[in-house]
Design a protein around this ligand. Structure first.
Ligand SMILES: *[C@@H]1O[C@H](CO)[C@@H](O)[C@H](O)[C@H]1NC(C)=O
Ligand SMILES: *[C@@H]1O[C@H](CO)[C@@H](O)[C@H](O)[C@H]1NC(C)=O
Length: 329
C-alpha cells in the first residue's frame, strides 16, 4: 500500500517536472515586464543619433551592429532614375527558381502600371559550396535577368535578419530616392496597384510609414517550438508590436531611419522582431493594414479586390492565375 502511494507520487512529480520544463513555465514566471522594463542594447537614445547621421554629421557614439558581409553582385537599376514610385525587394531562397520566375511574370514585372516607375530586385545569400549546381543555375539566372543581389552569408532560416538588413544597406547606399519600398517573401501574392492606392491614401510627403500586418504577442517559451526564445536571448514578456516580415511597406524616410538605427541595435535572429525593436528605438510606430493577410486568404474574385498581400503562394501556376485574374482586364 505504502509502496503504491510512493509510486504514484513519483509519477505525479515526474509529470509536473516534465510540464514545468516542457512549457518553459519558469521562463514565463521569470520574464520581465515589457511595459515597465524594456531596455534592449544599446541603451542610448537612438533617435538623435540617427538624425545626426542622416543630416551628414558624425555621431559621438560608435555603432555596435555592422554585418560584415559583401554584395557579390550589384545593380544599376536605381542609378539612372531621379525618383521611383516603388522599389520591390523580394527576399528569396536560393533554390526558389520557380517562385522568382512567377514573380517576374506577375507583381515584379516592371512597367505594368502606366506612368509609375517600379523596380524589382531579389536578395539571396549563398550556400555551403560556391560550385554547387544551385549556384551554377543562379549564375545563369543572374546573367539573364540582372535582377539578383547575392550576398556572401549562409542563406538559412535563422539568417533572415542578415538578409533583410543587408537589403536595407543596399537600398540605403544605392537606392534611397524611391518614395516607397515593399519588402516581400517569395511566396506572397501582391497587388502593386492596391499597395500604391493604400500608401497614397495615407498622407503624402516626407514622413514615416512602416505598415503591414501587425502582431501584438508574446515570445514562445515551449521547448518543442521552432520559435522558442530563451530568457537569455530575450528576457521580456511581450514583443514590441511588430509587422510580420512576409510583406511590409516603408517610406524612404523610414527606410533610412531603420537602417541607420540598426547600427545601434543588437542583432536579433527574427527579422520582424528585430525591425520592431529598431522601430521602437527610432520612434516609428508600426501601422496595421488589414489588406495585408498573414494567413493565406482563400481566393475568390471579389474577395481579392482590395487585397494588398497574402501569404501562401509558393505554387507558380496558382500565383499566375490569381494575379492575372485580378490585375489584367
Ligand atoms: C549565418 O551566416 C553566417 C555567415 O555566412 C554563418 O557563419 C552562420 O553560420 C549562419 N548562421 C546560421 C544560423 O545559419
Ligand atoms: C521620399 O518620398 C517622398 C514622397 O513620399 C518624396 O517627396 C521625396 O522626394 C523622397 N525623398 C527622396 C530623397 O527621394
Amino acid at each position: 500500500m505504502r509502496r503504491k502511494r510512493y509510486y504514484q507520487l513519483c509519477v505525479c512529480s515526474c509529470v509536473l517536472i516534465y510540464i514545468y520544463y516542457f512549457f518553459g513555465v519558469s521562463d514565463y514566471i521569470f520574464s520581465r515586464s515589457y511595459v515597465n522594463n524594456f531596455d534592449y542594447p544599446l541603451n542610448v537614445d537612438v533617435q538623435p543619433i540617427v538624425e545626426k547621421i542622416l543630416s551628414g554629421k558624425k555621431p559621438s557614439v560608435k555603432p555596435i551592429n555592422y554585418y560584415p558581409y559583401r554584395f557579390l553582385t550589384n545593380s544599376g537599376k536605381c542609378s539612372t532614375l531621379d525618383r521611383l514610385d516603388l522599389f520591390i525587394i523580394v527576399k528569396s531562397a536560393m533554390n526558389h527558381f520557380e517562385q522568382r520566375s512567377a514573380i517576374r511574370q506577375t507583381f515584379g514585372r516592371e512597367g505594368i502600371l502606366p506612368g509609375k516607375e517600379i523596380k524589382t530586385l531579389f536578395f539571396l545569400g549563398v550556400g555551403e559550396s560556391p560550385k554547387s549546381m544551385t549556384q551554377h543555375q543562379i549564375d545563369e539566372e543572374m546573367a539573364k535577368y540582372k535582377d539578383i543581389i547575392q550576398i556572401d552569408f549562409l542563406d538559412t532560416y535563422f539568417n533572415n535578419t542578415i538578409k533583410t538588413m543587408m537589403a536595407f544597406r543596399w537600398l540605403y547606399e544605392h537606392c534611397s530616392t524611391s518614395d516607397y519600398y515593399l519588402f516581400t517573401d517569395d511566396d506572397m501574392y501582391i497587388s502593386v496597384k492596391n499597395l500604391l492606392d493604400y500608401v497614397h491614401s495615407e498622407s503624402e510627403g516626407d514622413r514615416q510609414l512602416f505598415a503591414g500586418y501587425v502582431f501584438k504577442s508574446a515570445p514562445q517559451r515551449y521547448h518543442s517550438s521552432k520559435w522558442r526564445v530563451s530568457l537569455d536571448e530575450y528576457p521580456w514578456d511581450r514583443w514590441p508590436p511588430y509587422v510580420t516580415a512576409g510583406a511590409f511597406v516603408v517610406t524612404n524616410k523610414s527606410m533610412k531611419y531603420l537602417y541607420a538605427g540598426s547600427l545601434y541595435v543588437k542583432h536579433f535572429r527574427f527579422d520582424d522582431i528585430y525591425l520592431a525593436i529598431v522601430a521602437k528605438k527610432v520612434g516609428i510606430k508600426p501601422v496595421h493594414c488589414p489588406q495585408f493577410h498573414f494567413y493565406k486568404k482563400t481566393y475568390t474574385r471579389d474577395g481579392y479586390k482590395n487585397v494588398i498581400a497574402s501569404h501562401g503562394y509558393n505554387n507558380k501556376n496558382e500565383l499566375l492565375k490569381v494575379w492575372n485574374e485580378q490585375n489584367t482586364h
